[in-house]
Design a protein around this ligand. Sequence first.
Ligand code: NAP
Ligand code: FER
Length: 337
Amino acid sequence: MSETVNRAWTMASRPEGEPAAENFALVESPVPVAIHGEVLIRTLYLSLDPYMRGRMRGGPSYAATLEPGDMMIGEVVARIEQSESTLYKVGDIVRSSIGWQEWAAVPAHDVRPVNPDLGPISTGVGVLGMPGMTAYFGLLEVLKPRAGDTLVVSAASGAVGAVVGQIGKINGCFVIGVAGSDEKCAYLIDELGFDGSINYKTQDVSAELVRLSPSGVNVYFDNVGGPITDAVMENLAFKGRIAICGQISQYNAATPQMGPRNFSVMTRMRARIEGFLVYDFELQHEIARVRISNWIKDGRIKYKEDIVDGFDNAPSAFAGLFRGDNFGKLLVKVSDE
Ligand code: NAP
Ligand code: FER
């Protein structure tokens, strides 16, 4: 092993608004050595995900918040470089929540195998990883759409949204995606087979929903919150269901925006709203991983990755999530496969 220096990104300070360069610091330490029961892993891909912004904020969460000086949290796809465990051998590909760093020595039970037969290894943190699982269970277990339902998904070209819409199509839904550029909207229709798309930056979302689905929205997979969600709520159909997956439009806000205030629609339409976390379905993830892999192999699910080259670029790429700079699942390529 020639490398001796491990690099890690820490949270230098809590961001105010959009994360900026000064909120991160790069720290160096020696590459660790695995001891009995551990594996030494080298990061190939670092997954950048919106939830990380919440962990930088402090306040209530399902998980501990970051304090200044703590390493940024996150999951990586990595290669085993040294194994002191019978569970893995050198060269095996795994994923592990080691944070934003290039190397780590961790107990073997803190890594999970990435099966290269299911898809390219980068998908282990994308369409076959946490975001894919989120789409699968949020749609099929929380929203439970029926064939013929109009399904609306926000952040539709992103890691979660693109999978939601395509599983919706597989299940016979009329799928409308909301996204932030004409290029993303064209991709939804031309590549992913969505029935309609709305560019929320240039179009009137509510008016477009009326035009595309005059009978209303049966199921809404909400990734963003804010004005887009207000517009979908205005157009809920009878017995409409909303799954709150995420509220990315609010993640950089110092104080939560008020709204929506149009909850009367919930009464009138006998509607439901339900939040969920991907971890609620952890025991069922393996079956979903195989099903999504099969859909990819059958050509029924396509996926797009936005791979930023170089560990140095992680903070700026992360900030881009909140501006819609990414087109597809955002990853940082840290070292060569
Ligand atoms: P992503 O969609 O790949 O990337 C984020 C996208 O959000 C951006 O590309 C941007 O696309 C859109 N966006 C950013 N700011 C926005 C705003 N102010 N208004 C509208 N859209 C905005 O990210 P992802 O990983 O798939 O995550 C999507 C959502 O799912 C996030 O809210 C995340 O927190 C949530 N999530 C929840 C769970 C769970 O367990 N509940 C798990 C994973 C993810 P545009 O160009 O289209 O604006
Ligand atoms: C996410 C947004 C929020 C996510 C998790 C959460 C795994 C959880 C928030 C909380 O418990 O406070 O994208 O992804």
